[in-house]
Design a protein around this ligand. Sequence first.
Ligand code: B12
Ligand code: SF4
Ligand code: SF4
Length: 343
Amino acid sequence: MSDLKHALWTEARAAGFAKMGVCRPDAIPQAAGRLAEYVGAGRHGQMGWMEERMGWRGDPAELWPEARSVIMLAEVYTPDSDPLAALERRDRATISVYAQNRDYHDLVKKRLKRVGRWLLDRAPGHEIKVFVDTAPVMEKPLAEAAGLGWQGKHTNLLARDLGSWFFLGSIFTTLDLPLDAPEVDHCGSCTACLDICPTAAFPAPFQLDARLCISYLTIEHKGPVDPELRPKLGNRIYGCDDCLAVCPWNKFAQEATEMRYAARPELVSPPLEDLARLDDAGFRAMFSGSPIKRIGRDRFVRNVLYAIGNSGEKRLEPAAQSLTDDPDDAVADAARWAVERLR
Ligand code: B12
Ligand code: SF4
Ligand code: SF4
């Protein structure tokens, strides 16, 4: 490892990252074809932005032709209790681990910028660009190429020394940094993530049909959810952690050092009845600074109503009944569905 890269890793670790690796922007020649197949089969559902700038997304070398290295970084958010336990409390909501406190986009980006500025101070004349999640960059295959981990059968990146509870971020730079060796698959014969998926969203190992994934249905999907899928949402009202939570590699997960990912107590199994009452202002106040804010009150309450319909708790019927005339069509439809299920 060069002295600069070694010092960069020391700086990244001091900033809070758990792992770093470097690859070339052209290190993922397989990605463009796989992305095209995924989008061609319609597996992205309503995420129309995936069809835009496919050239950049599939080939990072096209996104920024002057870039010479991609620095991939992992940020840990390991929960301190078993996220699957919350699924049993049917009169309460389950919110995905990553969304129980501050929005990782903001926190990871700040750290990436700090590390990037440090690098520029030591390499005058060079440039950087930082990305986390929302840019047309395929972070998982890049992270695999940079040796951070491998894409498991659930399609997320996991690592032997981190498990699966970590976010990814990247720093593209014009600097030529020494490369890391790509990681290889260590899933072996395990199929735990495929077997637990409540909606059978994996058409094959390593492939996800987002249209069936509860994370997509509760976060990205606009309008009413297919009535056949609603019972499978259970009490999950934002995201889903099942396929990550069962992964045996999580016994090597590292503790999260960023306290702003630690669950806010009021977001651990909140009563469905309280959440159904949220109006726009109440929703925005409750989720300021949280990734949940992005989906807005209507989609959030729609999800809460599906969970009420799945709760089997007759006493929640009035909460659903009070929303059957909601101005938002998907909320009103979900409320009617919930009332019917509880009767
Ligand atoms: C779109 C998206 C989603 C969509 C679609 C997910 C998906 N798998 O495509 C939805 C909304 C469902 C989603 C859900 C989640 N997401 Co998301 N998501 C993204 C996003 C923005 C793009 C991913 C993408 O490019 N998908 C397109 C398809 C083509 O990618 P793919 O499924 O990975 O497909 C690959 C495989 O199918 C593979 N493949 C196909 N055949 C074969 C065969 C073999 C042998 C192999 C090895 C591979 C392989 O090739 C494809 C291309 O490499 C990334 C951020 C980013 N910019 O990269 C975050 C990201 C992947 N999400 C993240 C997280 C945390 C989640 C959730 C855990 C959140 C939650 N708790 O609800 C869930 C996990 C669900 C799951 N099992 O994937 C993290 C994952 C971190 C990590 N450690 O990997 C990311 C990287 C965001 C971040 N910056 O940290 N997500
Ligand atoms: S996040 Fe949940 S619904 Fe989506 S693939 Fe994983 S287990 Fe299935
Ligand atoms: S649960 Fe098993 S198959 Fe799925 S990612 Fe983890 S090791 Fe791989």
